[in-house]
Design a protein around this ligand. Structure first.
Ligand SMILES: Nc1ncnc2c1ncn2[C@@H]1O[C@H](COP(=O)(O)OP(=O)(O)O)[C@@H](O)[C@H]1O
Ligand SMILES: [Mg+2]
Length: 276
């Protein structure tokens, strides 16, 4: 056999292994970043085929697991409506006006929380497809929309960043953080930044900020700081938990830090090796 034939066989064998391995690596990374992945073709040499089969099974189970959880959350929130309504009817018969008013207020609060959980579960159950977008334009238009509503949002000069993501989900997450900055910090400054391994969306305000020991707790569902509880306006304490869930679904995270005055919230999203 000539050297050329040997080399050709070498290339053929390497390709038979290298191609499915590359495909597997790409799919594993995409899965980690929350992308919807098609099942991979289960071909090639034995070891590789078995690895691919295992990957396909894992990804199918993972998807089913997440769907089941979301469906359960939706069912629980939905089914809580009936007992809440009957509680409200019973409260109508309480003769002590003061006690009745307090009962009604509590029922209202539970109802708001239940509806918020249900809305979240419904949104989650519609899996948005991932696509490449101009992230800078997406966030800038969000800021413009809020500014048009008379909000004090400033979008600071940022590099143009193309990014593969679920744009509606990310837009909602950024909106939650910007609305917090506005509500609790009076204004919002928004800027994007690009690092070799990640993309950042930074939101700053000049309000009272959050004490470091509460940085984790504010991400818990329904948690609100004491100072925000009695506010007329405001959500139910789901904003940060939903935003973090969305960003983590993309393989990223949201972190908080204190500034001399105000809070800095950073959405960090991983860059894939292919640059998107
Ligand atoms: N930018 C901010 N400055 C000060 N406190 C904040 C800020 N963002 C969030 N918080 C605190 O974290 C809590 C949780 O936020 P979030 O999950 O968005 O719930 P919500 O806004 O519905 O109360 C808020 O109630 C508020 O006490
Ligand atoms: Mg909020």
């Amino acid at each position: 056999m000539t050297a050329t034939t040997l080399a050709l066989i070498g290339v053929f064998v390497a390709n038979r292994i290298a191609r499915p391995m590359r495909r597997l690596a790409g799919a594993a990374e995409g899965l980690g970043r929350g992308q919807s992945i098609e099942a991979l073709p289960e071909t090639g040499p034995d070891d590789i085929r078995r690895t691919t089969e295992a990957f396909n099974r894992m990804q199918a189970r993972l998807t089913r697991f997440v769907e089941d959880r979301t469906r359960m959350l939706a069912a629980i929130s939905h089914d809580l409506r009936t007992p809440l309504t009957s509680l409200r009817l019973r409260a109508e018969f309480v003769t002590d006006a003061d006690a009745q008013q307090r009962m009604m207020a509590t029922i209202d609060e539970i109802q708001t929380m239940t509806e918020a959980a249900l809305a979240f579960a419904r949104e989650e159950s519609v899996t948005e497809a991932t696509r490449a977008v101009n992230l800078t334009a997406l966030i800038e238009s969000l800021c413009d929309d809020l500014a048009d509503l008379g909000q004090k949002v400033r979008f600071l000069d940022s590099p143009k960043i193309n990014y593969r993501c679920r744009p509606d989900g990310l837009r909602r997450a950024a909106r939650n953080l910007i609305e917090n900055a506005l509500r609790y910090g009076g204004e919002a400054r928004v800027q994007l930044d690009e690092k070799p391994s990640m993309v950042q969306i930074v939101i700053e305000d000049s309000g009272p900020g959050i004490a470091e020991e509460d940085f984790e707790r504010v991400f818990e569902p329904f948690f609100r700081l004491e100072s925000s509880r009695n506010r007329e306006t405001g959500g139910v304490g789901l904003g940060l938990s939903i935003a973090r869930a969305t960003v983590r679904h993309h393989g990223g995270d949201i972190t908080l830090s204190r500034m001399p005055r105000g809070l800095k919230a950073t959405i960090a999203l991983p860059r894939s090796h292919r640059g998107l």
